[in-house]
Design a protein around this ligand. Structure first.
Ligand code: TYM
Length: 335
């Protein structure tokens, strides 16, 4: 990783559960790549977070490796950024325990993600699902990051992270950098293609609701052609036109065109033409990513080399913060 002192540090992780969606791409992954020159970037695969929902071991192992390959294929550059696998950096779990003791039950009870996930998995409302935000706070605070690039759905978790950091700093002395979320104006709330008032999510039961980054061109086109819109048949952004607003946002991020240019391009045309154009723009953007992904996934030795180098590097940064924290809390230093 390049270490130019004056660059600010950002940190962000993503859960390796299933294949990343277009929402993950536009809200987080695409930005991770773009931010690599301006910031010192610390990225990770949050596999510890993923077991808050039951995973089948063999499939999970495969998904972790394929998610690692997919992030490299998108453009995370191990020469520029630190990119590790969370479970291989033990300081995350250690720090999470300490932070759990500085996080209130009431605060965790208010997390909307906990409420949603516990409602969706009533047979497995485990303690990890509840304390998940303290682990996320550990992920961030260990690296003294100033910014955390995320989609809008993670804002509440970052606010809690800030509260935990401020509480610890006030109880002892300034220890943690209090981070700020970096949420883009466009792309941070990509909606379901079937219900555009809901966020696009890989756990949606309806596969037509989300585009996965490894979907075939035919599947992508089918999903966009079936996208729910409205009955007006005029392409422009307005309140209440949730389906069209979402498609315009996706098209804008894919092509670089602003909304005015998109309205102009589709003046006098129906939704059919627009949906085809959006689908094609996504197919073209994903084509080289999918080709890269296939090559990388076939080179297991390279992948292993990348994550086995990054874990100790992440540990050495994280250990410093953890040691400081342990000392302030009053634990005896290891001799
Ligand atoms: P996760 O794995 O659900 O999602 C990863 C990133 O993708 C963003 N995202 C979206 N952005 C726009 N539109 C959508 N429809 C959409 N769906 C997902 C998320 O906001 C996120 O940025 N708890 C986190 C993972 C995590 C983390 C961290 C993030 C663990 N430790 C430390 C930042 C810092 C999560 O479950 O994201």
């Amino acid at each position: 990783m390049e270490s130019i002192e004056k660059k600010k540090r950002i940190v962000s992780l993503i859960q390796p559960t299933g294949v990343f969606t277009l929402g993950n791409y536009l809200g987080a992954l695409k930005r991770f790549v773009e931010l690599q020159d301006e910031y010192e970037c610390v990225y990770g695969l949050a596999d510890l977070h993923a077991i808050t929902v039951r995973q089948e071991a063999a499939a999970f192992r495969k998904t972790i490796l394929s998610s690692y390959a997919l992030m490299l294929a998108i453009g995370i550059d191990p020469q520029k950024s630190l990119f590790f696998i969370q479970s291989q950096v033990p300081e995350h779990s250690q720090m999470a325990w300490v932070l759990n003791c500085y996080t209130q039950f009431g605060e965790l009870s208010r997390m909307t993600q906990f409420k949603d996930k516990s409602a969706a998995h009533t047979d497995n409302v485990n303690a990890g699902l509840f304390t998940y935000p303290s682990l996320m706070a550990a992920d961030i605070l260990l690296y003294n990051a100033e910014y955390v690039p995320v989609g809008h759905d993670q804002k509440q978790h970052i606010e809690l992270t800030r509260n935990i950091a401020e509480r610890f700093n006030a109880t002892y002395s300034p220890t943690f950098v209090v981070p700020e979320p970096l949420i883009a104006a466009k792309g941070s709330r990509i909606k379901s293609l079937q219900n555009p008032t809901k966020k696009m999510s890989k756990s949606d039961e309806n596969v037509n609701a989300f585009v996965s980054l490894l979907d075939s061109p035919d599947d992508i086109m089918r999903k966009f052609k079936r996208a729910v819109t409205d009955s007006e048949a005029k392409v422009y952004c307005a309140e209440g036109k949730d389906g069209i607003n979402n498609l315009m946002e996706i098209y804008s991020l894919m092509t670089g065109l602003d909304f005015a240019a998109i309205e102009k391009e589709f003046e006098g045309k129906g939704y059919g033409d627009f949906k085809v154009a959006v689908g094609e723009s996504v197919v073209e953007k994903l084509r080289p990513i999918q080709e890269n992904y296939k090559k990388l996934l076939a080179d297991k030795a390279y992948l292993e080399d990348c994550f086995s180098k990054s874990a100790p590097e992440a540990s050495s940064i994280a250990r410093k913060t953890l040691s400081k924290v342990m000392k302030k809390v009053g634990f005896l230093p290891k001799k």
